[in-house]
Each structure stands twice: as structure tokens, then as C-alpha cells.
Design a binder for this molecule. Structure first.
Ligand SMILES: Nc1nc2c(ncn2[C@@H]2O[C@H](COP(=O)(O)OP(=O)(O)OP(=O)(O)O)[C@@H](O)[C@H]2O)c(=O)[nH]1
Ligand SMILES: [Mg+2]
Length: 645
């Protein structure tokens, strides 16, 4: 069953409540004080069965300027409006104020109703209608039908019902598959039942037995009973006026302005990026960081408006703003809000939320934020698509996974997945394992890594490459190990870099020696040939050849890397041919003996204990020999893989 909400608007005493009574038979002025004073104070609700079987709810709002707060609560969540004008008075102060509010809330449909026609003649009616039509030019109610009624005589009421039926047929139904969200407009206790809340279900659906969350307190409660238009139901859907009987929650935890919603889906926010429009009729300009009253849904908080692109917003102006709230509320992208000046309290403007979870206070006039917010604004105005919003969030977060993105965008999981897939297909984002990065940001990182590696090679041409840990500094974002590994793997796949051992180098990189270095390498080789099995240490080599120690170490590393040297120990390097010779001596010895002592080996190689110890340890390491007390035996592997003792 489709549902929708018809709102009312208009100056005090212009006949809204009596009109609703004529349409539905309900008296929406239920308070004693309302009866006594003959004016509406708080919101009233009535159900209105449309002739085609659909149900509508009608919201009666007070017209008196003192109760505009209540009107604002009622105006949130309506689908179309009856702008009620007393034909005797025409457009008055609150007619304009309500109209401005509805326009700022993005309402697009409505009917103008001239009331109390029993008190005037037709000529007067024609004249007032003419005037009203002219005055409404340029508003969302220009060229809408105008209906003349008398609630007393009943004249025009049937025509109005017919018009309503036609117009309601054009209302786009609310999304019943979105996460459930109900801004509370009333909460009260009925003895024997407990806490009851009412409101217009903005999106999604709710069933008896559901667990719901209440924000901002964060309390959870169970739906014990549900009523829609006074009837018990098992399920209520978006677009309906709903009364929920909640179990497990105190009345103090829930009040007008609270939000009843799916648990865990909605979040509180205190920082909103928005686009704001000032009313033409606003009494003065809004300055940077002016305090205001912000009305969103059924909530009202004090906020400061940071003007992001202008020094002042003048009546009729619009601009990007950041709303810094004094207490958090639930807001979603595309939510509309109204701003009233702090004191004296008058409606001055309103706008649309572009980003409900602004990451930090923006500095003014900063291009970076402005251009991205402008894009969002454009998207909302033109295509109403979530895509660019998602893309921007990904960019802001630098690297994110779906879960974090969902918290950040507040979009439904399926919807978000769909958008992410689309962005990936279009090449606008790239997946790094489970994480997402905007493709242009990834490109920047690629460039940064390449430059970093190139720079490293340039500075240390002898080094085979850079360590992974060191290379991570090239990326201007903090990546998890998993993300970093996926990123490097991608660069390796693209042929930009190569992994050699535990080092990363540019693909195809060959450490090269300069001419003078080749000469030094030659000299090192000669010295080592000459010193045979008593090679000088690296330090001694550096001294002998007049080089810096660091430099000599690089050269030696290079020679090891290129099999020009064998590293026996931190400070003992042998030329490969000498190593072979040493090995041959050992093998020869073992062909005739079962064991060898360090002294025996030393004599064989005409060396000294200082060198023999590291060399034999090296053989042990290589599993050529095995130490047994003071001597060594060959490390034999027997058939079947069992080592001999
Ligand atoms: N003659 C005549 N009087 C009407 C008609 N409709 C309303 N009235 C009178 O106008 C006065 C105000 O009517 P309400 O319906 O209470 O006006 P309202 O717009 O709800 O007023 P607020 O809620 O206070 O803003 C009452 O005294 C009604 O009796 C009508 O069609 N004909
Ligand atoms: Mg009223």
C-alpha cells in the first residue's frame, strides 16, 4: 500500500485546521490550550483515504509565528502541500515564511486553497486569486491549481479532494528498501503500553519485533506494536505516519528530534558540508561563523555557519558552507535543512547536505575543498547521482575498504557495491586487494615510487636495490602491509619495478661500475690474489687503496652480488678461484682421512688460525663439513636422506 503525506501551510487563522476537518472529519487541534485559544499550537495529524484506495496522512501545522518551530517539524517529510490562504486577507507574513521554508525543503508539488469563500463574493475571490497567482510567480507554486473552498458550506471541498487525488498520483513513492529512518515528532507514554513514538517514516520499513536504534542516545529497543493511521499493522513503510510502541526504552531516552532507525547504520555528525540558499526576504546578511538555529528532520540544534567561499551571504545569495553543530544529529546526504537566525529568531535560509560526515573543519576560501564540494553540489542538482560522492570520499580517504566507505558515505551496501563496480569499470578507481584507491591518486603513488627508486639508483649505483621498508616512505599515505604488498605487486606486474631477493629495483636495472671503479675492483682482485688465504679486511683494503670505508663496502657488496667475491665472514672475502682451491684441498684431504683439525687445514692452506676458523665455519654452514669436538668430518648425506653420525 503506497502512502504519502500531505502538509498544510499558511498564516495563523487562515482556516487550515477547519479545512482538514472538512476533508477528513478529524479534529487536529487536540490540546486543551488549542481549543481555548482557538489556534493551533502543535502539529496535528489526520488520515485521509484517497478515492483510489491509497492512504494519505495530513499534517496540520500551526500558523502562528510563535510556533514556527513546530511547523518546521511538521514540514519535514511531506510530499505535497496545501497552501491555505484566507480569501479575506490574502498573502500574509507567515504565508510567505512557510512558503520560503517549503521551497528550501525542496518541495515541488502543492495546491493553493482560498478559504472562507462564504464570507465574500465571487468578484472578490477572482481579484484575490489574481493577486495570489501573481505573487506566487517564481516560486514552486507558480501555475499550480487554485481551489476555492468554504469549510462551513462545504463548497469546493469535493473539487479539492479530486485535485488532491490527481496530484498525489504524481508523487514519487519513497524508497522502502533503504535503511529505516524515522525522525520522531512526538513521544509519550500510555499507561500499560509504555513508550510510544510517532513520526513520518522517511525511508525503509519497520516490522513488529524489529530491534531499532534510537539516536542520539544510541539506545536500542524492540518494536512491540505498530500503528499506521490508527490501525495495528505488522509492517509500516516509508511514506506512512507511524506510531511505534517501543519496549525496553525509557521515555527520557527518546523525544522529538530523536531518530528511530536500523541499528548500526546511521551515525551522528557534528560537521556538515552543505550548500546554502538565503531567502530573498531574509532581514540581513549572514556572516562567517554566525550562530544560527539549524532544523533538520525533526531536530533542532544551534550551529555556526562557516562560509567557505564568501565573506557574507546576502538575502537571495547562495554558497557553500560548513555547519558546525553544537550537538550531534543524524544527517544524510541530500537532506534538506532550514536555518533561522539566532536572535531575533527568523527564517533566513536553508539548504542541502552535500557531505554529512565532513572530515574536519575546512579552512575558508580553500580551492581544494571548494572544487570538490562544487562537484557534489552539481551532481545533486543535475543528476542526483551518488557516484561522484563515492568517488570523492574514496579520494579523501586516500585508501579505503568497502566497510569504511559505507560508514563514510552512509549508502546501502548493495548500492555502494554497484557504484564501486561501476567506478572500477570506468577506470576511475583501482582495487588493491580488498582496498580501493582513486586511479589518479594511485598514479601519483606510482610516479612517486618510480622517482624514489630512480633517485636511489642514482645515488647508490652499486647497490642492487632498495628495501621494501625504505621504499614505503615514497608513498604519501599510510598503507597497511597487505595494501602495500598488493601495490608493489601491481607495479611489478606492470613492469615498472623488479624484486630481487629482498630488494626492489627498477625493472632491468644493472648496477654498473664507472671506469675508475673498475680500476679499483681490479686492484682489489690483485691484492686478494696475492694475499691468498690471508686476505685483508675491508677496512685494510680501504686504507690500502685510499678509499672511504663506506665506499669500499659498497664495492665489496657489488663484487659479492656479481660473484666476483665470496663472502666467508663479515670481514673475510675470498676470490672464487681461491675458494675453489681451498675446497679442493679439503676434498683431497678427506679422500685420505676421516677428519681434519684446524691446524691441519691451516698448514694445507699456509694460512693462520684467524682465517681458518671463519672458513671452516663457513664450510659447516654450507654443510660441507661438520664439527665434532676439535676436528671436523665431512657432512655426508646417506641414501634415503638420513644423515650419518
Ligand atoms: N466563515 C468561515 N470561517 C472559517 C472557515 N474556515 C475557518 N474558519 C474560521 O477561521 C478561524 C480559524 O480557523 P482555523 O482552522 O483554526 O485556522 P488555522 O489556519 O488552523 O489557524 P492556526 O492553526 O492557528 O494557524 C476559526 O474561527 C474558524 O471558524 C470557513 O470556511 N468559513
Ligand atoms: Mg490550526
Amino acid at each position: 500500500m503506497e502512502s504519502l503525506i500531505i502538509g498544510t501551510a499558511g498564516h495563523v487563522d487562515h482556516g487550515k485546521t477547519v479545512l482538514i476537518n472538512a476533508l477528513t472529519g478529524a479534529d487536529t487541534d487536540r490540546l486543551k490550550e488549542e481549543k481555548e485559544r482557538g489556534i493551533s499550537i502543535d502539529l496535528g495529524f489526520a488520515s485521509f483515504p484517497l478515492p483510489d484506495g491509497r492512504q494519505a496522512g495530513i499534517v496540520d501545522v500551526p500558523g502562528h509565528e510563535k510556533f514556527i518551530n513546530n511547523m518546521l517539524v511538521g514540514a519535514a517529510g511531506i510530499d505535497l502541500v496545501l497552501l491555505v490562504i484566507d480569501v479575506n486577507e490574502g498573502l500574509m507574513e507567515q504565508t510567505w515564511e512557510h512558503l520560503g521554508i517549503l521551497e528550501l525543503l525542496g518541495l515541488e508539488k502543492g495546491i493553493v486553497v482560498l478559504t472562507k469563500i462564504d464570507l465574500v463574493d465571487e468578484e472578490w475571490c477572482d481579484m484575490v486569486e489574481e493577486e495570489v497567482k501573481e505573487a506566487l510567480q517564481g516560486t514552486f507554486l507558480e501555475d499550480v491549481p487554485c481551489c476555492r473552498v468554504s469549510a462551513y458550506s462545504g463548497e469546493g471541498i469535493d473539487e479539492l479532494k479530486e485535485l488532491l487525488e490527481q496530484l498525489t498520483a504524481t508523487v514519487i513513492p519513497r524508497d522502502i528498501n533503504a535503511p529505516m529512518r524515522l525522525p520522531v515528532d512526538r513521544s509519550f507514554i500510555i499507561s500499560g503500553f509504555g513508550t510510544i513514538v510517532t513520526g513520518t517514516l522517511l525511508q525503509g520499513r519497520v516490522q513488529v519485533g524489529d530491534t531499532v536504534e534510537i539516536l542520539p542516545t544510541g539506545a536500542t529497543a524492540r518494536v512491540r506494536n505498530l500503528q499506521v493511521y490508527g490501525r495495528n499493522v505488522e509492517e509500516a513503510q516509508a511514506g506512512q505516519r507511524v506510531a511505534i510502541n517501543l519496549a525496553g526504552v525509557e521515555k527520557s531516552e527518546i523525544e522529538r528530534g530523536s531518530v528511530v532507525c536500523w541499528p548500526g547504520y546511521f551515525q551522528l555528525t557534528s560537521l556538515l558540508d552543505a550548500t546554502m540558499q538565503m531567502l530573498e526576504r531574509a532581514p540581513r546578511e549572514l556572516k562567517h561563523l554566525d550562530p544560527v538555529h539549524l532544523y533538520l528532520g525533526t531536530t533542532r540544534v544551534v550551529a555556526r555557519v562557516a562560509l567557505l567561499e564568501k565573506d557574507g551571504l546576502y538575502p537571495g545569495d547562495s554558497g557553500l558552507v560548513q555547519l558546525r553543530l553544537s550537538s550531534p544529529l543524524v544527517a544524510e546526504r541530500k537532506d534538506r535543512f532550514i536555518i533561522r537566525s539566532y536572535s531575533p529568531v527568523t527564517t533566513i535560509g536553508g539548504g542541502v547536505v552535500l557531505d554529512p560526515a565532513s572530515e574536519r573543519p575546512h579552512r575558508r576560501l580553500r580551492d581544494k575543498y571548494l572544487s570538490s564540494l562544487k562537484e557534489l553540489e552539481q551532481e545533486i542538482i543535475e543528476t542526483d547521482s551518488d557516484k561522484s560522492f563515492v568517488e570523492q570520499k574514496i579520494r579523501q580517504l586516500k585508501i579505503t575498504d568497502l566497510k569504511r566507505l559505507q560508514t563514510s558515505t552512509r549508502l546501502g551496501k548493495d548500492n555502494l557495491q554497484f557504484i564501486v563496480d561501476e567506478l572500477e569499470d570506468e577506470g576511475r578507481l583501482v582495487k588493491l586487494g580488498d582496498s580501493l584507491v582513486a586511479s589518479d591518486i594511485l598514479e601519483e603513488w606510482e610516479k612517486a615510487v618510480v622517482v624514489f627508486v630512480d633517485d636511489y639508483h642514482e645515488k647508490t649505483p652499486l647497490s642492487p636495490g632498495i628495501s621494501r621498508a625504505q621504499l614505503k616512505n615514497a608513498i604519501p599515505a599510510s598503507l597497511s602491509i597487505k595494501e602495500y604488498d598488493s601495490f608493489l605487486e601491481m607495479l611489478i606486474d606492470q613492469g615498472l619495478i623488479e624484486e630481487r631477493g629482498d630488494k626492489i629495483c627498477r625493472a632491468g636495472f644493472i648496477p654498473r661500475l664507472k671506469e675508475n671503479e673498475q680500476k679499483i675492483v681490479g686492484e682489489i682482485t690483485s691484492i686478494l690474489q696475492y694475499s691468498r688465504f690471508q686476505p685483508p679486511s675491508v677496512k685494510e683494503l680501504a686504507q690500502k687503496l685510499g678509499c672511504e670505508l663506506d665506499y669500499m663496502e659498497d664495492l665489496i657488496d657489488y663484487m659479492v652480488e656479481h660473484n666476483m667475491l665470496i663472502k666467508i665472514h663479515e670481514d673475510m672475502y675470498l676470490l672464487p678461484e681461491l675458494y675453489e682451491e681451498a675446497l679442493q684441498e679439503l676434498t683431497k684431504h678427506f679422500s685420505e682421512n676421516d677428519t681434519i683439525t684446524m691446524a691441519e687445514y691451516r698448514d694445507l692452506l699456509q694460512s693462520s688460525r684467524k682465517y681458518m676458523q671463519p672458513l671452516l665455519e663457513y664450510f659447516d654452514q654450507q654443510k660441507i663439513t661438520r664439527r665434532k669436538g676439535d676436528y671436523r668430518v665431512p657432512w655426508k648425506i646417506e641414501q634415503g636422506g638420513v644423515r650419518s653420525e
